[in-house]
Design a protein around this ligand. Sequence first.
Ligand code: UT7
Length: 325
Amino acid sequence: MSPYSRITGTGSYLPPRRLSNADLAAELATQGVETSDEWIVERTGIRARHFAAPEVCTSDLGAAAARKAMEAAGVLPSEIDLIIVATSTPDMVFPSAACILQHKLGIAGCAAFDVQAVCSGFVYALTVADALIKTGSATKALVIGAEVFSRILDFKDRTTCVLFGDGAGAVVLEASETPGILATDLHADGKYVGILCVPGTVSGGQVLGDPLLKMDGQAVFKLAVGVLEDAARATLAKAGKTDADIDWLIPHQANIRIMQSTAKKLKLPLSKLIVTVDQHGNTSAASIPLALDTAVRNGTIQKGDTLMLEGVGGGFTWGAVLLNL
Ligand code: UT7
């Protein structure tokens, strides 16, 4: 049994079809839905997003990201003994995207399951993997955030369809004698189900209710800013650290205004904020590992840096993970 878990490799994957705001606005205009690059950039910071081809599933995106993370970690698929996929857009009702992805990676036998905490999914999954490693149940885990949110968007609702994109990010989390994950903090409050949800369900061979995303953007915005500060402070306190110990803040990439106000509340200069929402849009559970991998691969984040990862989203769920890379 090892006292700690540590990220040893990161990877990500974006489907090739990229739509700028202008591309999306032009497509929406053909259906009588009016939006503009100016509105989207000013209100959200988003400039582009990627959409997966119709035959491409969450497990495909996740497997591509996982292969890159394993390569970066120098770990073979046969060494992986735990797979957790954070997703709200699994390939099927069941089995889990994790089981389908496991098979696509040529792995058999290890534990594989999904975690459903919407945009907080990756911090939930990382926390679960950390706990399983610390108790000796696993030694080399793949923790993946993967989504095809384009499948659940209502392209007649301009208040939501311009915000989201598809993609995947992954890390290899290994048992370690030196500290990697320093502290975690998870929360949920189900009384807020209605402010961000896909209310449809499958019953008797039919989809009942509306299977497209609904969001009260302003309610989510207000709640998000408060809980992100609280979760960061609770996590720092658990680790015996302060704001000043954070090298990089990687919040869920939903809206640049939420991200910047979180950084300000934590007294962090905006230069310490990792931003990929401009290029990826909101990819839900994939957004944090996508941002992490992007910043690792472009040399912004270095080994040994202290990172604060923060998720917030439907449920309502929120949480944070503080770690040394
Ligand atoms: O991943 C989970 C976390 N999710 C989030 O963090 C999302 C949080 N919420 C937000 O990011 C913001 O609330 C939004 C980006 C969703 C909306 O921004 P807002 O500044 O709260 O705008 P609003 O909803 O108050 O809308 C302002 C105006 C409205 O027009 P009127 O009523 O003032 O005439 C909307 O109809 O903007 C209009 N509008 C648009 N106009 C052009 C809404 N969507 C669009 C659009 N293009 N796509």
